[in-house]
Design a protein around this ligand. Sequence first.
Ligand code: F6P
Length: 333
Amino acid sequence: MLWPLPKLEPSRPLKRIALLTSGGDAPGMNAAVRAIVRTALERNIEVFGVQKGYSGLVHGKFEPMDRSSVANILHRGGTILKTDRCDEFRQLEVRARVAETLRARGIDALAVIGGDGSLAGAHLLEQETGLPVIGVPGTIDNDVYGTEDTIGFDTAVNTALEAIDRIRDTATSHERVFLVEVMGRSAGFIAAAVGIAGGAEVVLVPDSAVELADICHTLRESERRGKFSSLIVVAEGDDPNRTPRLAAALGDLGFQARAAILGHIQRGGTPSGHDRVLASVLGASAVDHLLAGYSDIMLGVRAGEIVRVPLADIRRKKAMSNDYIRLAQTLAT
Ligand code: F6P
């Protein structure tokens, strides 16, 4: 997908911006960093790269970046700026100090690449201190309100699928039921996408309480049609023991069941073309939005367009339709 860049007119002087990546790393974050740095330099704006997310802001760890500091990173997973989940930044007085430090260094605005928690932090900083901020959604979970897609989701889904295709070989050869747990925190977007694309007979997401009896019924129906191996994709949710417990329960019911937890394998790795394009387009547009006077927004994508999402809405829950779960099941059984 190639999202058209909105045409914007510069309306405020910007001399220096700071840039950070925050929360879980996501493949494509480097492409967004590169896009922000190179677009800003092109517009004669200096860029300061903050190390380790909000921790770097709190501890004054930021350095100027030039075109060569982002050379050869487009294809690399993780984030060259490093990242963190920073508890200190939750404190009001810490945020006030950060804004003072940034202003003392002549920094006019801050760009944040991260998930909903990181973007909520940027919103507070703007509201409390007036420092202009702009957000770019970067998380494998795709659980950010207001955007259909986030940087890293596509790559993570493809990485999980690669693993699932391998597991399918073993499931088929041994006529087993495999429960494969994917990441996504309390959201089921990775699970739904992986379930549909991986041909899972059952997809379990945190929001829908599926009974063991229902799962059993689906598996038995599959067997009745002559299919003796099945895949169940489980979104991780809040219960770390859900997947092994379910495997044990299915074992007790006579299935040869195994659990595979994919874990952090899904977070790293070479970003897909899709994620690189998304990150490049949103990163470049973030700079132009700052120049055009926008603040306290995140850029996202909806229906083929770049959209502006108020950061005030960022904590709203992004809903997921149960149709995906039903679709996976209909197509696989
Ligand atoms: O938000 C990305 C994510 O990978 C979630 O899917 C997962 O629940 C979480 O981060 C794990 O976080 P950490 O790497 O801090 O354990």
